[in-house]
Design a protein around this ligand. Sequence first.
Ligand code: FAD
Length: 481
Amino acid sequence: METILADDTSSPVIVWFRRDLRLADNAALSAAVETGRPVIALFIREAAGASSMPLGAAQAWWLHHSLLALKASLQQAGGDLLLLSGPAEDVLAHVAAEAGVETVYFNRCYERDERDRGIARALKQAGVAVQAFHGQLLSEPSAVRTGAGKPFRVFTPFWKALQALGEPREPMAAPKAIAGHSLSAASENLDDWNLLPVRPNWAAPFVDVWTPGEAGARERLETFIEEGLGNYKAGRDIPALEVTSRLSPHLAHGEISPAQAWHAATGVPDVDPAQVTHFRRELAWRDFSYTLLVEFPELATRNWNPSFDDFQWTFDERQFRAWTKGQTGYPIVDAGMRQLWQEGYMHNRVRMITASFLIKDLMIDWRKGEEWFSDTLVDADPANNAASWQWVAGSGADASPFFRIFNPLLQGEKFDPGGEYVRRYLPELDKLDDKYIHRPFAAPEDVLQKAGVVLGETYPRPLVDHFEARDRALAAYKNVG
Ligand code: FAD
């Protein structure tokens, strides 16, 4: 790291940005600005392994654009963004020493509490104070406890306890003016971080779907409140509808706080309170996932329920590849996997179906799916992704039992009856009758011909027979525990 010299007279403070790439409702930033001192807004790029989840390729694309947006907002307010690479403890200590910083401010992000505590201890030993704030979740994991003072492992009582704490705090406004610091001139160049894909630029279609950054998050929230919230409860299960908020990548990068999303749903004219409660309940699932991650930091790599350690997974590379590419022969699964590839996102219902298919129909270890989603989702989140995969596998806390095996045919017919979602992502099936849209392999030859579908050529035959696969999975499950 090159030496950087400060020339400001009053000693600055550091705000260490991580999964909180926003100005509004950012407790650490607001507190730092209130000191009246110059603010060094710092983002550190650490090597893989420093976080509980490696930075996936789709997230790297998002991060690039989100950092650009954050830098622009900070500059507009009078500040700037300093980008540096290296182990966080070293970078923080170095910048603090160079600039004569007395206090580092950051928001807790829970995915690596133990490490944060170590960093705080090391800084304190070097004479630098640390102030940590809350804001990434609706409530701090340590605040939501059972009567016995233990973390919850079941969602429904967790949700009740969370509600009993009252509403999350009112969101804070973005600081109007931020005093910058000359040190920002020593920033590394974002382009040199090579976060964007080049050859091929597979993220090109993402720009039509997403606007990373705080302004994009705010816009997404406003659209959802106006157009989605009123039909959230029933509509959220229909993948063809744009009813859910699609806030997940913005929340994962902290471009919006869950408290902002919670409060935006208050008092919306003509919206039934039951819709609002349902939306807030989903936000609470995110808090619940973090509670699990804090209790069990290896959530992404180890079965929560150790009986699953004995499960006999199989791994067929060809089948796994077919799943990742959306070529399983089950349209609802393939449409989901292709949505993931095209948008870096997948509808929640279809995430459950595709995950169940990988784990139970193909009997591939849930960790392989977790890794693939981590790499390809723009909303990849260390707690939500791991907790959700373990939920589908049946190995998690409060999980769906293993023997609940999603039938991809019935799921498609129930939640995408006219095949609108399937047709959107599988154009090769566009002309197929509704009756066969979720089971092309069962269509008579003349129906296929009329729709221009040649099984095994334009669209694959099923990789496995779902009913045989189901029996195989249930037989393997008998040996668990
Ligand atoms: P909305 O329905 O609008 O919900 C609002 C917010 O609540 C979401 O943005 C999210 O932060 C939270 N939320 C909603 N549903 C859930 C849930 N089931 N569990 C936890 N939080 C929830 N979500 C992620 O944010 N990151 C992931 O990496 C992730 N991986 C998943 C993997 C699998 C296998 C499954 C089944 C689910 C996963 N989810 C993940 C949960 C869920 O699918 C997404 O949060 C949701 O689809 C995001 O869309 P939305 O913002 O429109 O959600």
